[in-house]
Design a protein around this ligand. Structure first.
Ligand SMILES: Cc1cc2nc3c(=O)[nH]c(=O)nc-3n(C[C@H](O)[C@H](O)[C@H](O)COP(=O)(O)OP(=O)(O)OC[C@H]3O[C@@H](n4cnc5c(N)ncnc54)[C@H](O)[C@@H]3O)c2cc1C
Length: 394
């Protein structure tokens, strides 16, 4: 097999890149190691920045998003039994975010790609095994599909295979720098068949730990609790989860109740910050979680992946039409500038809202002072809002 761009990974980054390249007249092939049902069910992100929504619209992938996505104009912060709302449009000159699950974006992009007879091939259960000759003019992806090993000869390789994929490890160790931080806590996330108890997301800082009330639709709530690393979800009965969430979201004034319902999924996610630089090696380009990870507190992971592939698709299309490598040469630096802003914001949100196991009373007071500052200063509130709705895609 031969193609211009071999894309490893059929998550949001790989699928959107294929769509953008196809529309720009650049041929590509997507290799995805899992089957379609698995990829379409994997519960992950759900908050889309304005720029992400705009890109999905521009490439014709937002028909259902426009019907079913929930526009959100702000978030609520809860701390010390108090509540404060951050209004996005006021602070950002009219911007907002949209709640629409990553699973639904993946379903929409898969359906579009498979429905188009002239569209790029999307191979499920096609596991990339190795990338060869990445620094030559003709890289090759070795992959296993339908029980046999095959090769895909490419002009370029896009490594969109997430944090555990092979692409970032294909870059020789001496040519990369990695930056990493792990956190001494994880998130226990649940999906519940109950209408959300709030109209906007609630981020709660509590002496017992962080809690987040999010949602996937008007009927489905998504809730998270900070738990110690190594927590087994089986140790948390449904009743214990609801009790703990109610405690952490409680307001001194009362008057607000967390509605309970059947929990349909439970999982524990460790928190990590990670960046690999540069995001390019020869003709191999890394995009999305393959190059960087953020803790989910700032809702940036999916949006960063979208930013990367928009930049990459533009650079590949530019090369295709002009032969110039100028935009490809600038790819890594352009993405990393945005990535580090998201790393900074996600770290700050995480650090302000979570309690470390050994946290001192002094550090408690600092966190509360920071939240008070957001609640009382337009500048501090605008800083949060601008980062949350997303910096402009360059
Ligand atoms: C458990 C979890 C919860 C999250 N929650 C949030 C959240 O609430 N908010 C938020 O903004 N972000 C969240 N994220 C982050 C967000 O989901 C990711 O940033 C986003 O999925 C990145 O998309 P991607 O396409 O780069 O990578 P992925 O979605 O990881 O996709 C990579 C794809 O590559 C495939 N693949 C891997 N190896 C190979 C191979 N060798 N050959 C072929 N295919 C391969 C994988 O099967 C996968 O389909 C979460 C992530 C995780 C893991």
């Amino acid at each position: 097999m031969r193609t211009t761009v071999g894309i490893i990974g059929g998550g949001p980054a790989g699928l959107l890149l294929a769509r953008l390249l196809h529309r720009a007249g650049v041929d590509c092939v997507v290799l995805e190691s899992r089957d379609r049902a698995y990829v379409e069910r994997r519960q992950r992100a759900g908050i889309l920045e304005q720029g992400t929504v705009d890109v999905l619209r521009e490439c014709g992938a937002a028909e259902r998003l426009d019907r079913e996505g929930l526009p959100h104009q702000g978030i609520e912060l809860r701390f010390e039994g108090r509540s404060h709302r951050v209004d996005f449009p006021t602070a950002t000159g009219g911007k907002s975010v949209t709640v629409y699950a990553q699973t639904e974006i993946v379903k929409d992009l898969v359906r579009l790609q498979l429905a188009d007879p002239g569209g790029p091939p999307l191979l499920f259960e096609a596991e990339a095994l190795a990338i060869e000759k990445a620094d030559s003019g003709a890289p090759v992806i070795r992959f296993r599909h339908e029980g046999r090993e095959q090769t895909l000869s490419c002009g370029f390789v896009a490594g969109c295979d997430g944090f555990h994929g092979i692409a970032r490890r294909a870059v020789p160790a001496g040519l990369v720098r990695t930056f990493e931080r792990t956190y001494p806590y994880s998130w226990l996330g649940v999906l519940a068949d109950v209408p959300p108890s709030c109209e906007e997301l609630i981020y709660a800082r509590h002496q017992r730990g962080f809690a987040l009330h999010s949602m996937r639709s008007p009927q489905v709530s998504r809730l998270y609790l900070q738990v110690p690393n190594g927590t087994d979800p089986a140790d948390w009965s449904d009743e214990r989860i609801w009790d703990e969430l109610s405690t952490r979201f409680a307001l001194d004034t009362g008057g607000w109740r967390l509605e309970r319902g059947p929990i349909t999924a439970k999982s524990v996610t460790p928190m990590r910050s990670f960046v690999q630089e540069p995001m390019r090696h020869g003709r191999l380009f890394l995009a999305g979680d393959a190059a960087h990870i953020v803790p989910p507190t700032g809702a940036k992971g999916l949006n960063l992946a979208v930013g990367d592939v928009v930049t990459l698709a533009r650079a590949l299309a530019h090369h295709h039409t002009t032969g110039s490598t100028e935009l490809l040469d600038g790819y890594s630096a352009a993405c990393l500038a945005r990535v580090w802003q998201a790393e900074r914001f996600s770290y700050a949100m995480t650090d302000t809202l979570h309690r470390r196991p050994e946290q001192s009373p002094f550090e408690d007071r600092l966190q509360i002072a920071q939240l008070d500052r957001i609640a009382t200063s337009h500048t501090a509130s605008a800083e949060l809002a601008e980062n949350y709705v997303g910096l402009p895609l360059s």
